[in-house]
Design a protein around this ligand. Structure first.
Ligand SMILES: [Zn+2]
Length: 731
């Protein structure tokens, strides 16, 4: 009844209420916000700041009496109660209809992201009115814009892509990292928000009822001082990153001709030299690709791990460049694959004349396309080949939409990268860097290439056809296959839960891990969960892992997991001594040949299966037995696939490079055509270890085995070897 009275005859509030309901109905149908989870709570918090602010401006009258303030606060409480209830109620109805993920899990986000918005909105409403009654609404909008500008400035000037802000409490940087939780930092940040905005409310109310008498200018001075020093100290709390705060993590600074590189202290001298040289090598290669080079030294931050990069920069799984700052952000486990691509963004920035140093249309297809064209491989394969495979298997992406619209983020991300990269590489090779530069700078395709986009696309498709690649359905499945059934569990909830489960498995707490997995709906259709369950089965009851695999294989047909699970099943067969069944799975995998890295593992098992018990020993023996097995087998049958696991032993410093070198000097390695992937890894490994004699030997093997659809990888390693020999550092 009281509630109805609040809204009765108050058109303004009725409109707010309607907006709030409609807004939530829309949110509950959009991809990211449709679950009662992180995004839903964030967006509702943002709107609540506005609604509560407007409510305060509209309803808060007769402020000078303490009683009037009390009356207003009761009304506010009612208003807020309803506005906080509506999203929860609507989300609950949608949750029941869809019968999706755990609803309770969403409340932690709602509590931290949405609730505090009430105090912020209330404070901003009061403050606007306090500054100037006449222009209060305008001031309210200006204050909102001012607060929203802070992260824009932070991301622009500082080395970070995440942000903390009173309006959108936390933006994680990229959407590629699915596990977002209420962290201590986030809770602390919201606590500071409450202190600050609560303080503003307290001071203004005290002023209004004349319990406190300070001049307005002192009041503003205090607010600005507190807010200013908070922003200054944000890096200390981890709410923001600066160059100085990153240098505390990445303490090693090396300066080369074209770079300033920051590395974590634990990097060995040897790897430090390699990182430096790899940067310089790609710099030279990109200079000849772009026919131009950046004006200033490029700063490169190489984080120790993806976890650290995510914490201090904002993205864990993805490496990133900021062309306008001349900075790239990598991590130790990925820099070899990504440094070329990220540097390409910086070089392309030289072509641009806008403030962000990206293409004139701000189109991600062009920005990512040219970087992928400069580094035209995807898991060692030519991107032209993968674009061909995708089109042949009806997974093609419209290039028209990529370049004339903004469909880059609406496709599967790997396909967007492959297609824009393949098309841009074609344009560069066919029409030259000068024309592409013109397009990047001015944004007019037709003027730059003397033909409409559609004509260029037709020519491009003809060009791909002329390459005479053959269609490999299993490779297409491996790279682009997706499961048709969408998980009925919220992505954030599932990702957090999966993390927790793997932590239990790490702690060998298999019983709890298994119970957690079984409690999740459709766990069998999620590869990570099924894999977790297999781990548990292997530890507790080895025989049951095989049944688990056999029963669930078909759920994964036409996806990469199908092949990975087949290999896993084969391993289980070996462990239970069903050798002929294991062999027949390996034979199928050899025929399907979905991916090169898998082929290496298949071939390795084939070799060991020649003496059945060796295969078993290799899979479940102690590390030292596995090592002896590899070395002894190599002396009898010097296949390169036996060397591949040894690379890890050297990198983990369990085996010296000198011993590795002695081994390949003693027996000459050989390779069949299917082994080219292993040979490529060995070329890279020997270059990294400055062993150019061995690298040249492997290079000869590589030239004999590599197929035409990996021509770019071959060229890259050839150029690299030549460059490293030329720039060898004399000790
Ligand atoms: Zn990129």
């Amino acid at each position: 009844m009281i509630v109805a009275a609040l809204f009765k005859k108050n058109l303004f509030l009725q409109i707010l209420l309607l907006l709030h309901v409609v807004n939530n109905l829309i949110l509950l149908t959009l991809p990211l916000t449709k679950y009662f989870s992180f995004e839903f709570a964030s967006v509702n918090g943002f709107f609540l700041v506005i609604y509560v602010g407007l409510f305060t401006l509209h309803e808060d009258k007769f402020k000078s009496s303490a009683l009037a303030v009390k009356v207003f606060q009761i009304k506010l409480l009612l208003f807020v109660g309803i506005f906080l209830m509506i999203p929860v109620l609507l989300a609950f109805i949608f949750h029941l209809i869809r019968s999706d993920c755990s609803f309770l899990d969403g409340f932690k986000f709602y509590a931290v992201l949405t609730f505090p918005a009430v105090i912020i909105g209330y404070a901003l409403g009061l403050l606007s009115d306090f500054i100037n009654k006449k222009y209060a609404y305008l001031l309210f909008i200006l204050l909102l814009m001012l607060i929203a500008a802070i992260p824009v400035i932070e991301i622009f000037f500082r080395p970070q892509i995440y942000f903390y802000n009173p309006l959108i409490p936390f933006f994680p940087g990229t959407m590629y990292d699915e596990d977002i939780d209420v962290t201590f930092a986030l809770a602390l940040y919201r606590f500071f928000n409450l202190l600050f905005f609560g303080g503003i409310i307290y001071l203004i109310r005290k002023q209004q009822v004349k319990e406190l008498k300070i001049s307005k200018s002192i009041f503003y001075f205090v607010i600005i001082l507190v807010a200013g020093s908070f922003i200054y100290f944000t890096p200390t709390f981890g709410f923001s990153s600066t160059k100085t705060s990153l240098q505390k993590i990445l303490q090693k600074k090396i300066e080369t001709e074209n770079f300033i590189i920051y590395l974590p202290n634990r990097v060995s001298k040897k790897e430090e030299v390699y990182i430096r040289q790899l940067h310089e090598f790609y710099y030279e290669r990109l200079t000849s690709f772009f026919k131009e080079k950046p004006d200033a030294k490029i700063t490169s931050f190489v984080f120790a791990t993806a976890v650290e990069k995510r914490k201090y920069f904002g993205a864990g799984n993805a490496d990133v460049a900021k062309p306008w700052l001349n900075q790239i952000y990598l991590s130790l486990d990925t820099y070899e694959q990504s440094v070329n691509h990220e540097l390409a963004h910086i070089f392309a920035g030289k072509w641009s004349n806008n403030i962000l140093r990206i293409d004139a249309n701000f189109n991600p297809a062009t920005v990512e396309g040219i970087a992928s064209a400069a580094d035209p491989v995807y898991d060692e394969l030519d991107i032209h080949y993968l674009a061909f495979l995708a089109s042949q298997n009806n997974l093609g992406v419209s290039i028209q939409n990529l370049f004339s619209g903004f469909s880059f983020f609406s496709n599967v991300s790997s396909l967007s990268y492959i297609y824009s990269g393949s098309f841009c590489k074609y344009l560069m090779d066919e029409y030259g860097a000068e024309k592409f530069r013109n397009y990047y700078r001015k944004g007019d395709f037709e003027k730059s290439f003397d033909q409409p986009l559609t004509a260029a696309i037709t020519r491009y498709h003809k060009f791909i056809k002329s390459k005479n690649f053959s269609n490999e359905m299993h490779t297409a499945n491996y790279y682009f296959g997706r499961q048709p059934l969408v998980q009925k569990v919220c992505p954030r909830y599932l990702a957090n839960k999966t993390n927790a489960i793997y932590k239990l498995i790490d702690e060998k707490n298999y019983a709890s891990a298994r119970n957690e997995i079984l409690s999740i709906k459709d766990y069998c259709k999620n590869y990570s969960l099924l894999n977790g369950l297999i781990y548990c089965a292997e530890a507790e009851n080895p025989g049951s892992a095989e049944t688990l695999l056999t029963n669930n294989l078909l759920n994964y047909k036409n996806t990469p997991y199908y092949y990975l699970l087949q290999l896993k099943l084969e391993d289980e067969k070996i462990l239970s001594e069903k050798y002929s069944e294991a062999k027949s799975i390996l034979d199928s995998l050899l025929v399907w040949h979905p991916a090169e890295r898998l082929a290496a593992r298949v071939h390795l098992r084939k070799i060991f299966l020649e003496k059945n018990e060796n295969a078993r020993l290799f899979l479940n023996g102690e590390e030292i037995d596995r090592f002896t097995l590899l070395v002894n087998e190599f002396k009898l049958n010097p296949s390169v696939v036996l060397l591949l696991p040894l690379i890890d032993y050297v990198e983990e410093e369990k085996y010296s490079y000198t011993s590795f070198k002695n081994l390949i000097d003693e027996v000459t390695p050989n390779a069949i055509n299917e082994d080219w992937y292993s040979v490529l890894q060995l070329v890279r490994f020997t270059i990294k270890n400055n062993d150019f004699v061995a690298a040249e030997k492997f290079m000869k093997l590589l030239e004999n085995t590599i197929p035409n659809f990996a021509s770019e990888s071959l060229q890259n390693e050839k150029d690299k070897l030549a460059w490293f020999i030329k720039h060898e550092e004399k000790k």
